[in-house]
Design a protein around this ligand. Structure first.
Ligand code: NAD
Length: 355
C-alpha cells in the first residue's frame, strides 16, 4: 500500500521508502545530508535505510544515546557541534532516522540551525509513524519537564515505511498502539474495531503484515492530518490530540528517572483512563477494556501524587494558572476542555489503581 498525504506543504509518504525517497531527493538538490540516529536505529535501521535510498556518500551522521532521558539540551549541543564540524550550510538536509525522540530532537536542532534548515522525518517506531513525526511539533525536555523548549516547524517530508517495524520490540509496538487508540477514539471508530479484531491476544509484531500496518497507519495518520490541517498552531481543536497527555506527560516525566520508566504510550494509555474518569466520559468502560487488552497495569503510588500535580502545573496547555485537559466530545472530532483540580487528579489516579 502506498499513499501520499499533504499537510501545509509537507508530503507524508506512506509505503516503501525505496519507491519515494530517492526520487524525492533527486528533485531537490541539497548541498549535503546530515543524518541523526540513536544507537538502536543506527544498528537496526540505518543499513536498511542506506540500502533502500542507495545513499553511499555525501552525508554525515550523528548518533545519540537511545531514550527519552537524552531528549535534552546536552544532546542538542552534541548535534549542533557535529553540524558545525560538518560545516552544514543552509542548503543542507537533516534526516531524522528514529522514533519520536530522534524526530523531536533532530527536528528541533534542524529548525534552529542557522535559523532553520530543511529536515525530513523517517520514523522507525509505530508511535513516531502515526503521531510524533507528523504535524511539525519539535522540542526537548528541560529540567525534567516534557517538551518545554520547542518550535512548530513542518518537515520537508515524512517517509513512513512500515518495514522498519520488524525490529521494534513488542513493548514499543504496544506503546505506539496507545496513540493509534487515541486517534481512533477521537475520530475513527472503525480503526478501534480493526485493532480489537486483529491485535488482541497475539504478539503485536505478528498481528499484521506490512500492508496490514500500512492500512492501520493510513487510518490513524488521516485523523492526525485532519486535525493539524484545521489548527496547525494549536489554538483550538489540535488540543484534542492531547487527550491523555495532561496526566500522561506527568507520569512519563515522574517515572523517567526511576528503575522502571514508562514508555510514552504506556503513560498516555493510563492518562486516557484517568482523564476519562475525571471528565465523566460515557465510554470509560470501553477505554478500560481496550487498555486491558494491550497494557499491563502499573500501580501509581499515592506518594507520587504531589510530584505529579507539580508536573501537571507545568503543562503547556494550562492558562491563567489553571491546569487543563482535553477530552473527546460526543461527535467525532469534537472536544471538551476541562479544568483539573488536584482532588480530581488524585481521584482519577486512585480510580486507575483500583481497576
Ligand atoms: N512531536 C510530536 O507531535 C509528538 C507526538 C507524540 C510523541 N512525541 C514524543 O515522542 C517520544 C516517544 O517516541 P517513541 O515512542 O518513538 O520513543 P523513542 O524514540 O525513544 O523510541 C523507543 C525505543 O525504540 C528504539 N527504536 C526505534 N526504532 C526502532 C526500530 N525500528 N527497531 C528497534 N528499536 C527501535 C529506540 O532506540 C528507543 O529505544 C516522546 O519524547 C514524545 O514526547 C512527540
Amino acid at each position: 500500500m502506498s499513499h501520499i498525504f499533504h499537510l501545509d506543504g509537507c508530503s507524508i509518504l506512506l509505503g516503501d521508502l525505496k519507491a519515494h525517497f530517492p526520487a524525492w531527493l533527486r528533485e531537490r538538490g541539497y548541498s549535503r545530508l546530515f543524518l541523526v540516529a540513536d544507537t538502536n536505529t543506527q544498528e537496526l535501521c540505518l543499513p536498511c535505510f542506506l540500502e533502500k535510498t542507495s545513499l553511499q556518500e555525501g552525508f554525515s551522521i550523528e548518533v545519540m544515546p537511545a531514550g527519552e532521558r537524552f531528549k535534552n539540551l546536552d544532546s542538542c549541543q552534541h548535534i549542533w557541534l557535529s553540524m558545525l564540524d560538518a560545516r552544514l550550510d543552509r542548503r543542507a538536509l537533516v534526516v531524522n532516522l528514529g522514533g519520536g525522540v530522534v524526530g523531536d530532537l533532530g527536528g528541533f536542532c534542524a529548525a534552529t540551525w542557522k535559523r532553520g534548515v530543511d529536515f525530513v522525518q523517517v520514523p522507525t517506531t509505530l508511535l513516531a509513524m502515526t503521531d510524533a513525526a507528523i504535524g511539525g511539533k519539535l522540542g526537548i525536555d528541560f529540567q525534567g519537564v516534557k517538551n518545554t523548549l520547542g518550535v512548530f516547524q513542518n518537515p520537508a517530508a515524512v517517509f513512513v515505511d512500515p518495514s522498519f517495524l520488524k525490529t521494534l520490540p513488542e513493548r514499543e509496538l504496544r506503546s505506539g498502539l496507545a496513540e493509534i487508540i487515541k486517534h481512533a477514539l477521537i475520530g475513527a471508530p472503525s480503526l478501534l474495531e480493526k485493532i480489537m479484531a486483529e491485535c488482541v491476544g497475539v504478539p503485536i509484531g505478528d498481528a499484521l503484515s506490512d500492508d496490514g500496518w500500512a492500512g492501520v497507519l493510513h487510518a490513524s495518520i488521516a485523523v492526525k492530518v485532519r486535525i493539524v490541517q484545521d489548527d496547525p498552531m494549536e489554538k483550538g481543536v489540535r488540543a484534542l490530540l492531547n487527550f491523555g497527555h495532561t496526566i500522561g506527560h506527568a507520569l512519563e516525566s515522574y517515572f523517567l528517572d526511576t528503575a522502571e520508566p514508562l514508555t510514552h504510550g504506556e503513560a498516555i494509555a493510563i492518562g486516557m483512563i484517568c482523564e476519562s474518569r475525571m471528565g465523566g466520559a460515557v465510554n470509560l468502560e470501553d477505554i478500560i477494556a481496550v487498555n486491558k487488552c494491550f497494557f499491563t497495569h502499573r500501580h501509581i503510588p499515592a506518594s507520587a501524587f504531589s510530584a505529579l500535580w507539580d508536573l501537571m502545573r507545568q503543562d503547556k496547555k494550562n492558562a491563567a494558572g489553571a491546569v487543563r485537559m482535553t477530552l473527546p466530545g460526543d461527535e467525532p472530532f469534537s472536544m471538551r476542555m476541562v479544568e483539573v483540580k488536584r482532588e480530581m487528579m488524585e481521584e482519577g489516579l486512585a480510580f486507575y489503581n483500583s481497576i
